[in-house]
Design a protein around this ligand. Structure first.
Ligand code: SF4
Length: 266
């Protein structure tokens, strides 16, 4: 089935219950709804299998009775039913992650209504401000990445979904970052910077300064990269320096690694 048959379908990669491993709600039992498709190429990406729609034959739904395969293209109603199948007992907050969920803003808008009383959290790379502006009001929490352009390889077209142009250089990333920060400020939201080895303290200054100016109310999470594909975690010295730089700008900052990696859970 193709996404062109209805505007509100989205390609689901997996649905599962777990503990939130990052950010403001770290440790909270949630259900994760991972959508396929991402035009970005973060060098430290831990879910490259989510990038392409061509890989999308089935969704893996970890029901209480065991994992099941479902057609990957799902309506918001179908996705909400799968969420309910994965919940042990009481309804949980739902983290919509990816991939990049903002490729599918129409799906997110309808999903909100299908989730009933559950909170809907959005995890986004912050590369699609037009889509973010469309969905921000229906999200109960937004985790916004602040990307360092040097950490990304050239983007690749996904070919479907929201075709809003993605930033490709430092200047366009600056404009995009500022637009996204202006949208999420004064909401239940947080920012996240993944910090990798080999970077200098000053590399992150534009990100910190933009947040201090445009979204000073939001907590900032500095996340040391989980080593992958030859990239190493940053030194504790770099993390400490960045935390001090954030504090100097009066930002509420925390350094938290990916907790789910330590717990060896999805
Ligand atoms: S935005 Fe997310 S899914 Fe896309 S490449 Fe970066 S880390 Fe991977």
């Amino acid at each position: 089935m193709s996404s062109t048959s209805t505007q509100t379908q989205a390609p689901v990669m997996e649905v599962f219950a777990s503990l939130q491993g990052e950010g403001r709600y770290v440790g909270q039992p949630q259900v994760f709804l991972r959508l396929r498709g991402c035009p970005l190429r973060c060098r430290w990406c831990d879910t490259p299998g989510s990038w392409r729609l061509a890989d999308a034959e089935h969704a893996r739904v970890a029901t209480e009775g065991g994992p099941e395969r479902r057609p990957t293209w799902a309506t918001p109603f179908q996705a909400a039913c799968w969420v309910a199948e994965c919940e042990p007992r009481e309804p949980r907050p739902v983290s919509v992650t990816g991939g990049e969920p903002l490729l599918w803003p129409g799906f997110l808008l309808e999903l909100r209504d299908m989730l009933g009383g559950r909170r809907m959290h959005l995890e986004t790379a912050g590369a699609h401000p037009e889509a973010l502006a469309r969905v921000a009001a229906v999200c109960d929490h937004i985790s916004l990445d602040l990307k360092l352009p040097a950490d990304l390889d050239r983007p690749e077209s996904v070919g479907e979904g929201n075709l809003e142009p993605v930033p490709t250089d430092a200047d366009s990333w600056t404009a995009t970052r500022r637009a996204c920060l202006a949208i999420v400020t004064e909401r239940d939201a947080a920012t996240k910077i993944v910090v990798v080895d080999g970077r200098r303290r000053g590399d992150y200054a534009p990100l910190l300064e933009d947040q201090a100016r445009l979204a000073p109310d939001l907590p900032l999470y500095l996340q040391p990269a989980t080593p992958v594909a030859g990239l190493e975690a940053p030194s504790i010295d770099l993390l400490t320096e960045l935390a001090e730089d954030a504090r100097d700008l009066d930002l509420e900052v925390r350094v938290i690694p990916q907790v789910h990696r330590f717990l060896r859970i999805p």
